[in-house]
Design a protein around this ligand. Structure first.
Ligand code: MEV
Length: 417
């Protein structure tokens, strides 16, 4: 399915012929799974067991998670349905609800750096390390050419080695690292840059001296950042006090790393859920995000919220290495279908979708925490899981009684819109 276009739809019986035309689908949650699949035009294919067996080792089965879509997201004037795979109740509802608020202000806007990944070659016992940068400058073109020769198909697609730099990590030990910056197209790029690191290391050691150490990418791809911005009319947040609460929550995170990590966990709720559904390396994403948060020597929130005129404006920036080709996107049919559902045309656009999902999740969390708290809404949805754990409406584990069905539905209405 191609990009979802923006016209208001309703999840009434007559709205469901064929694919969805918008990410704004009121009442979607009330439909059956089959009706939702009809509406978005996707019945995600399962992972065949023989494919699973080739994706990993010692395979004995497939691991399932709920695959949902977060609604209401609009990014750079385009509606996007965001696939999410997550075990935690309320992540999808919260992101959808917050995206609706952001939508009232025009949606998310973002941009992404070119897809530059960085390979690292460690050299030990380099003689005269202070002169190593000059020695590297003298063989720069030769090294870049060796790197390019190792990844010919990426070079043919317009990617390849772009730049390199050297840092002396410990002059007394002669420990030096060469960072090679590689344009990886629409791939996540780990294998490509690892190949470049291994291919260039012998020549680097020959030109700079010293012993070859590690040859591997960094998961802090500082040249591959994504930025998203959201402007929410203050009225959408229950007025000035709702917006001020979000600003105060950000300030708390700026002042306290213990709060900042939880603030960032709320962002990663959206990013990781989408990353898992879309077959991305979420461990790499997590490692890069938290390293970026700590880059200045103090762990900080990845997003900020402030009041500008009559709007609450949020900004999020982080390095995000994602791909629309290669890895699971090449072999997992469900991932390929989920990716197609987003309608993204490039890895950069995919990064913006993930970041927007992250900023939406962050807004939902901060707004709830600064207001009534998250437990009421969260527990409403959490109870459904307990019901699933105790089929037939029996008492939930831990002795909690099954909730009244109509109260339960009212709660879902409030959360899911
Ligand atoms: C829970 O999964 C995420 C939150 O803790 C995030 C936050 O505190 O900002 C609610």
């Amino acid at each position: 399915m191609g990009p979802v276009i923006a016209t208001e739809a309703s999840a009434s019986a007559d709205a469901g012929a064929g694919a969805a035309t918008t990410s704004r689908i009121p009442g979607f949650y009330r439909l059956s799974v089959a009706e939702r699949r009809d509406l978005v035009g996707l019945a995600p294919p399962d992972l065949p067991i023989d494919v699973a067996d080739r994706m990993s080792e010692n395979v004995i089965g497939r691991h399932g998670l709920p695959l949902s879509v977060a609604l209401n997201l609009r990014l750079n004037d385009r509606d996007v349905l965001v696939p999410m795979a997550v075990e935690e109740p309320s992540v999808v509802a919260a992101a959808s609800r917050a995206a609706l608020r952001v939508r009232a202000g025009g949606g998310f806007f973002g941009d992404a750096d070119p897809p530059i990944m960085t390979a690292q070659v460690q050299l030990d016992a380099v003689p005269h390390p202070d002169g190593a940068a000059a020695r590297l400058a003298a063989c720069r073109d030769e090294i870049l050419a060796i790197g390019d020769a190792a990844i010919p198909s990426m070079v043919a697609r317009g990617g390849g080695c772009r730049d390199l730099e050297l840092r002396v990590l410990d002059a007394a030990e002669g420990m030096v690292v060469v960072d090679l910056h590689v344009h990886v197209g629409d791939a996540m790029g780990a294998n490509l840059v690892d190949t470049v690191a291994e291919a260039t290391a012998p020549a680097l050691a020959a030109r700079l001296g010293g012993r070859i150490g590690l040859r591997i990418l960094t998961n802090l791809p500082l040249r591959r950042r994504v930025r998203v911005r959201a402007s929410v009319p203050v009225a959408e947040l229950g007025g000035p006090s709702g917006a001020a609460g979000v600003v105060r929550a950000t300030r708390f995170a700026e002042l306290d790393p213990m709060r900042a990590v939880t603030h960032n966990k709320g962002i990663m709720n959206g990013i990781d859920a989408a990353a898992v559904a879309l077959g991305q390396d979420w461990r790499a994403i997590e490692a890069g995000a938290h390293a970026f948060a700590a880059l200045g020597g103090r762990y900080r929130p990845l997003s900020s919220w402030q009041i500008e005129g009559d709007a609450l404006v949020g900004r999020l920036e982080l390095p995000l290495a994602v791909g629309t080709v290669g890895g699971a996107t090449g072999v997992h049919p469900g991932v390929r279908a989920a990716l197609a559902l987003t309608g993204v045309a490039s890895a950069g656009e995919l990064a913006m979708v993930l970041a927007a999902a992250g900023l939406a999740s962050n807004l939902a969390a901060l707004h709830a925490l600064a207001g009534e708290g998250i437990q009421r809404g969260h527990m409403r949805l959490h109870r459904r899981r307990l019901e699933a754990a105790a089929p037939g409406g029996a008492a939930a584990p831990g002795g909690a009684a099954a909730p009244d069905a109509s109260a339960h539905q009212g709660g879902r209405d409030a959360l899911l819109g």
